[in-house]
Design a protein around this ligand. Structure first.
Ligand code: CA
Length: 238
């Protein structure tokens, strides 16, 4: 199968650049490379890639300025490469319109999963995706959108309205991180000083009801300092 999506890598570190390029080319993506922000802009506007993989720490421009510039004219998915400890940078990049991030150092499978999810977001245009699906399956969990019911191995999980809404939201974006503020805005419609605490309490209850032990991650990953990510839907895994 030839997917031949065109992916632009903007990254100044040659080792990482070559690593990402090799993984993508092996998996039949077409790859374009820019080693700084200015040439990244030029290649972006002349070649119209399907996805941009962007290092935030570029020698000439701030990666966040690149995201801002692209978002003024385009919804092309942007996957950010970020250093391990920079949670604030990740949140800033996501709030500016980046679709997801990968933390350095990362492995082949993680990168490919993020690329796949990001390309799917652009195909389905994100929010409307649920309308095409009646159910989602994440491992042995089923989410029935019409019945608003969650089951694990066919056993119904008793959830409050809010808990169900959070699970539905994360599952519609399965595979992708949602920041705390994105979740809070979509679930409660507003955000105040107690919002994060309220979200954390709900998440703790959800994890308990889904049978997740502390430190364990079956369905929902807590991306510390950034947000939450639900595992990819089984149908979309390769
Ligand atoms: Ca860099």
């Amino acid at each position: 199968m030839h997917n031949k999506h065109k992916i632009l890598i903007i990254e100044d570190e040659i080792n990482i650049c070559n690593f990402v390029r090799a993984i993508l080319e092996t998996n039949d993506y077409q790859v374009l490379v820019a080693r700084n922000g200015e040439s990244g802009k030029t290649v972006f506007f002349s070649h119209h890639p399907d996805l941009v993989i962007l290092d935030l720490g570029l020698p000439d421009i701030d990666g966040c300025d690149f995201i801002r510039l692209v978002r003024e004219q385009s919804d092309i998915p942007i996957l950010v490469l970020s250093a391990r400890t920079n949670e604030a940078d990740k949140v800033k990049a996501l709030d500016l319109g980046a679709n997801d991030y990968v933390t350095k150092p990362f492995g082949t499978n993680e990168l490919l999963a993020r690329v796949r999810v990001s390309l799917r977001i652009s195909r389905h245009n994100g929010v409307g995706e649920r309308q095409f699906k009646k159910k989602a399956h994440i491992r042995n969990m089923e989410i029935d959108y019409e019945a608003r019911r969650v089951t694990i191995d066919k056993n119904e999980i008793k959830l409050t309205q809010t808990e169900y809404n959070i699970i539905e939201l994360l599952s519609v974006h399965a595979g992708r991180v949602l920041t705390y503020s994105e979740i809070i805005k979509k679930i409660w419609g507003y955000s105040d000083s107690g919002s994060i605490k309220k979200l954390q309490v709900n998440m703790a209850n959800i994890r308990k009801k889904l049978g997740e032990q502390p430190g364990e991650y079956l369905y929902i990953l807590n991306e510390l300092g950034v947000g939450y990510r639900m595992n990819e839907d089984n149908e979309n895994e390769e």
